[in-house]
Design a binder for this molecule. Structure first.
Ligand SMILES: Nc1ncnc2c1ncn2[C@@H]1O[C@H](COP(=O)(O)OP(=O)(O)O)[C@@H](O)[C@H]1O
Ligand SMILES: [Mg+2]
Length: 594
């Protein structure tokens, strides 16, 4: 048989054997790591982008307030300039205003203010860039009253009906120290406001009392900041922008606008205690951070996909390997099966051969036995023929006494032949039918009682040692008894000439049951020959040499054995022969069978 081919590399089987809990742990750790990376980058980027956004917002704030201041300043100088204008003074003093409006329109265009108008001393508008207000009387308006009272240019925020506010600079025009009229210039801050509308930021300007005067949401005008913010319905740039933004994992925002987080930046404007406030949505920050995080997550996803692809490829190669292995195993298995079948066949053949061998050896033994028996029987028969012929001759010669002795010899020979056939008959009885569980002690007792007549005739000491508990063996009781009787008979014969004849019967139980029969006779002359049929050292008529041969055959049939040895005189000081009957114990046999 060829040795099986190695099936798999150790490395690969190791890789396959990563315990599932470890795999799960690694995946869990990786997921945690990814989450941590996302959170940390979110935090850092949010901080950074918030900072940038805030800086930008502050910059924008400075720009806006600069623009407003610039507008206001530009507007503020116009009344001063126009108050010295000789044309206007002349018009006021003469009461002729035909050229005034045109003049004012020219100035407006040149300087870039919202509107300019001129009133006479009674507050009636006599010239205006907006012709609609020509003739309107502003006598009780605060800017008119204020301008007349002051020698300087006065600033006023004049709310209009439309909700818009006019930021006006007014100055009285004097001639020779006498007030002639008031020139009013409105700064165009609405232009600024309109320019904010395109921004995402919410921008508002409050006056010194905290009331909104300019705002990206016109509805906020005239309200305090807080009221304005809470009243907001969320419409506008901020709400649009914030609708997209999610607000997670960042510092608490500066303020909330329509429930959305916004960043508040404010600064004083160097004019009348005004403040400018911008609210920048975190939206831009979030958008940027989300962009980066999205990139990050995408990268991780690509990595995961790559890892998954690689592992699946490895699994594929492994499964291919496993398939190949299993194919090899199947082949091996097939080969083994074939081999087993072959071996079984050989075994059967062997069994057949063995049984036929046993048969033939039995036949051979039978042949041997038959030859021996027929030889043994032929001898007395031939002798008898001779004796008969002799006896006939003696009778013819009328010598009957001598003839009688011949008959006596013939009688002896018949006895001998009877002895032989008796022995053979006992052996010929088929074994196996009467096999049963028997107590070896009982067999010994019954053999002894059968031998009682012979034993009584002799001054023989018999000692018997047996275990207390039954010694159970599987045996044909009669044949086992016959073996014991044969041994006892031999022992009797062997101790014929011994002074203190003794026979010792010793039964022991170890792995097997052993019955030893020992005598203090002359010992065995030729231990190698005693089991052969018809081997005897006894005189004619005393033994035929079949006892041990038959006994040993019986023991072999019963699964036991019969052995013989001489007592070692030098060691034990004893002499004589020892015969051992050894048999498997019943319980032991059952155990072995299991
Ligand atoms: N107890 C014994 N002591 C000495 N020799 C023995 C003993 N038993 C048997 N033998 C020897 O073995 C021979 C064969 O014995 P056995 O087969 O019983 O035939 P037989 O008793 O007819 O001679 C005996 O003739 C004897 O020489
Ligand atoms: Mg004998």
């Amino acid at each position: 048989m060829t040795s099986p081919t190695p099936i798999a590399d150790d490395d690969q089987s190791d890789a396959l054997d990563v315990p599932p809990w470890r795999k799960r742990l690694i995946i869990g750790i990786l997921i945690l790591l990814a989450a941590a990376v996302v959170l940390i980058t979110n935090r850092l980027l949010t901080d950074r982008f918030t900072e940038t956004t805030r800086n930008r917002a502050e910059l924008r704030l400075a720009l806006y307030s600069g623009n407003i201041l610039g507008d206001l300043q530009r507007s503020s100088v116009v009344p001063l300039l126009l108050s010295d204008d000789p044309a206007l003074i002349a018009a006021l003093s003469e009461g002729i205003f035909t050229a005034t409006t045109r003049r004012l329109i020219a100035v407006k265009r040149e300087i870039g203010v919202a509107s300019i108008f001129l009133t006479d001393i009674n507050g009636r508008v006599v010239g205006a860039t907006d012709r609609n207000i020509l003739g309107t009387n502003f006598r009780s308006s605060p800017f008119f009253v204020g301008a007349l009272r002051s020698n300087d240019t006065v600033f006023h925020a004049v709310p209009r009906d439309s909700g818009a506010v006019d930021f006006t600079y007014a100055r009285k025009i004097t001639m020779d120290g006498r007030p002639m009229g008031v020139i009013v210039v409105a700064a165009d801050l609405m232009k600024q406001e309109r320019s904010w509308a395109s921004l995402q930021d919410t921008v508002l300007v409050t006056d010194s009392e905290g009331v909104v005067i300019l705002a990206t949401n016109p509805r906020w005008r005239g309200k305090p900041v807080d009221a304005a913010l809470t009243s907001s319905d969320g419409a506008g740039a901020i709400a649009r922008a914030l609708a997209r933004a999610t607000n997670w994992a960042q510092d608490p925002p500066d303020a909330y606008l329509s429930g959305r987080a916004v960043m508040r930046t404010d600064a004083r404007t160097a004019h009348q205690g005004w403040r400018m406030i911008t609210f920048t949505a975190y939206d831009s920050v979030r958008t940027q951070v989300n962009g980066v995080i999205a990139l990050e997550i995408m990268g991780m996803a690509i990595l995961a996909a790559l890892a998954f692809y690689l592992s699946s490829r490895r699994a594929q190669t492994q499964s291919a390997l496993a398939l190949q292995e299993s194919a090899e195993l199947r082949k091996l298995n097939l080969r083994l099966n074939r081999e087993i079948a072959q071996r079984e066949k050989v075994q059967r053949t062997l069994e057949v051969a063995e049984s036929s061998l046993a048969q033939s050896s039995k036949l051979a033994a039978l042949g041997e036995m038959s030859a021996a028996v027929s030889h043994e029987l032929n001898q007395p028969l031939a002798a008898m023929k001779t004796y008969l012929a002799g006896a006939r001759l003696l009778l013819e010669r009328k010598r009957p006494d001598e003839a009688l002795s011949s008959f006596q010899r013939i009688d002896d020979l018949i006895d001998r032949m009877g002895a032989i056939t008796r022995q053979l008959k006992s052996y010929a009885r088929k074994g196996g039918d009467a096999v049963e569980a028997v107590d070896l002690r009982a067999c010994l007792s019954s053999a002894l009682s059968m031998m009682e007549p012979q034993l009584k005739n002799r001054a023989l000491r018999i000692t018997r040692t047996v275990p207390r508990s039954p010694v159970m063996v599987m045996a044909d009781r009669l044949r086992l008894e016959q073996v014991i009787i044969n041994l006892l008979r031999n022992a009797l014969d062997a101790t014929k000439d011994t002074s203190n004849p003794a026979v010792e019967l010793l039964m022991t139980v170890g792995d097997e049951a052993v019955l030893s029969v020992r005598d203090n006779g002359m010992g065995i002359k030729d231990p190698s020959a005693i089991f052969e049929p018809f081997y005897t050292t006894k005189k004619q008529g005393e033994g035929v040499g079949l006892g041990l041969a038959i006994s040993s055959g019986i023991m072999a049939d019963l699964g036991g054995r019969l052995t013989a040895r001489n007592a070692n005189a030098e060691v034990s000081g004893a002499k004589g022969a020892i015969f051992d009957i050894t048999m498997p114990l019943l319980g032991q046999k059952a155990k072995t069978a299991e």
